[in-house]
Design a protein around this ligand. Structure first.
Ligand SMILES: Cc1cc2nc3c(=O)[nH]c(=O)nc-3n(C[C@H](O)[C@H](O)[C@H](O)COP(=O)(O)OP(=O)(O)OC[C@H]3O[C@@H](n4cnc5c(N)ncnc54)[C@H](O)[C@@H]3O)c2cc1C
Length: 413
């Protein structure tokens, strides 16, 4: 029997993108999302759409909304202790990385994706899959709250700590590869009245930043730091995470004390290790993974958003092309995604090294490079970035399937 009903776990980036394409290809799609609602301006961080991910957004007809919601960052100020800030023209830097690039708050992007799918896709908010039982004709799904239901296919698009991955492939520790750092992001008031500008402060092994969120009038504080071994904490223990962050940045000046003081009031602290998900395969029977759940390159360092969008589109296309034959489709999806995923995984540690230089000399070198690179002709910048590798180069090898409009018909069963 060809597959027609698909359950997608996770309404982040990969989930609704996949849902959009599947419903366009005639599948009946249900998305289950753990959070009770989508809170547009709440939490989240700035993410990037590069090259093919922008093309996917364009094909979905959401590019005007995405462009309208973009962050509009124009300047990044880099400060190191005791030195005057160096201002970097971010628009020129981004153009050097990719001719198609959009920076957008993750919450805005997920809201746009939800708007684009809400009328054609069933959303179950405030629930989670608790058990998956596969058999010859489908997957029986049990939820934490809702009644059990059968589906033809299940896709885990539920992020770095995916429940579908755990239930299907085993414990996260088998697949998570720590790459040596942590990051924290939370909402703060825009006390500095920042507009189109990100401020950063660099010391060896640490980066603190703050940038405005146009849509809410607030700002975000972001902290990244290196740590050779993993920290010991419970991911539900927010107080411990706040303490850890305060300890790591205790001796730092600049805006750091003020940003840390806001930790007490914040409700949306995101604190996690910079880790990758490394798996030999993403599919088992009628269950597969998309986005961070299957191939997270590391939050903030590997272009996970673009990889998630492109992966979701390719998975849906593979199912369309295989006429719903999941065995053929999953095999094709894995084959197509393997190379960009491998590239993004290699690039991520290099980007982390650039973002969080380890020594004073590296901090100085990074700032000098940032000072010079945007002034170079775009073509020269491209060559330099291609040498280092960026999320854009990771996706460069991807050939998106031919325009899907002709094939935009229900599946034959
Ligand atoms: C602080 C930070 C900064 C980042 N910066 C960048 C950047 O600059 N550029 C970039 O490209 N990427 C960046 N990323 C990475 C980017 O956010 C992810 O790669 C991208 O969101 C992946 O999309 P996804 O849909 O796979 O997963 P997610 O966006 O994580 O979505 C997963 C969804 O699944 C839901 N979920 C989780 N568990 C369950 C469950 N049990 N049941 C149901 N639903 C569940 C979650 O609530 C969420 O809605 C950053 C990430 C972080 C955390």
């Amino acid at each position: 029997m060809r597959c027609r009903t698909v359950l997608v776990s996770g309404a982040g980036v990969a989930g609704p993108t996949l849902a959009y394409w599947l419903q366009r290809y005639g599948f009946r799609v249900t998305v289950v999302e753990r959070t009770p609602t989508l809170r547009r301006g709440w939490g989240g961080h700035a993410v990037d759409l590069f090259g093919p991910a922008v093309v996917v957004a364009e094909r979905m007809g959401i590019l005007p909304q995405v462009l309208e919601a973009r962050t509009r960052t124009e300047l990044i100020s880099l400060t190191r202790p005791g030195k005057a800030p160096v201002d970097v023209d971010f628009t020129r830097l981004a153009a050097g990385i990719s001719d198609r690039h959009v920076e957008i708050m993750r919450g805005e992007l997920t809201a746009i994706l939800h708007d684009a799918t809400r009328n054609d896709v069933e959303y179950l908010f405030g629930d989670s899959i608790s058990a998956l039982t596969q058999h010859e004709h489908g997957v029986d799904v049990t939820f934490d709250h809702g009644a059990p239901r059968p589906f033809d296919l299940v896709v885990g698009a539920d992020g770095l700590h995916s429940v579908v991955r755990r239930l299907t492939f085993g414990d996260e520790s088998r697949f998570r590869r720590y790459i040596g750092g942590y990051l924290a992001v939370y909402t703060v008031p825009n006390s500095l009245q920042l507009d189109r500008q990100m401020l950063t402060y660099l010391t060896p092994g640490k980066l603190a930043a703050t940038y405005p969120v146009r849509q809410t009038g607030q700002a975000r504080a972001a902290f990244l730091f290196r740590r050779p071994g993993e920290l010991d904490y419970d991911h539900r223990d927010l107080d411990r995470q706040k303490r850890l962050l305060r300890e790591v940045f205790a001796d730092d000046g600049w805006e750091v004390p003020r940003l840390l003081a806001e930790l007490d009031a914040t409700e949306d602290l995101y604190f996690d290790s910079i880790s990758q998900i490394v798996m030999d395969r993403w599919s088992a029977g009628r269950i597969t993974l998309a986005g961070d759940a299957g191939y997270c390159p590391g939050p903030a360092v590997g272009g996970g958003t673009s990889v998630a969008i492109v992966g979701a589109h390719l998975l849906a296309s593979a199912l369309r092309e295989a006429g719903g034959d999941h065995v053929r489709a999953f095999e094709r999806y894995e084959r197509t995604m393997r190379e960009p995923v491998a590239r993004s995984r290699v690039i991520a540690p290099a980007i982390m090294a650039t973002l969080i230089p380890a020594t004073r000399r590296q901090v100085w070198l990074m700032i000098q490079a940032m000072r010079v690179i945007p002034r170079l002709p775009t073509a020269v910048q491209r060559r330099l970035f291609a040498l280092q590798g960026t999320p854009a180069t990771a996706l460069a090898a991807i050939a998106l399937p031919a325009e899907p409009w002709d094939a935009d018909r229900p599946q034959d069963t």
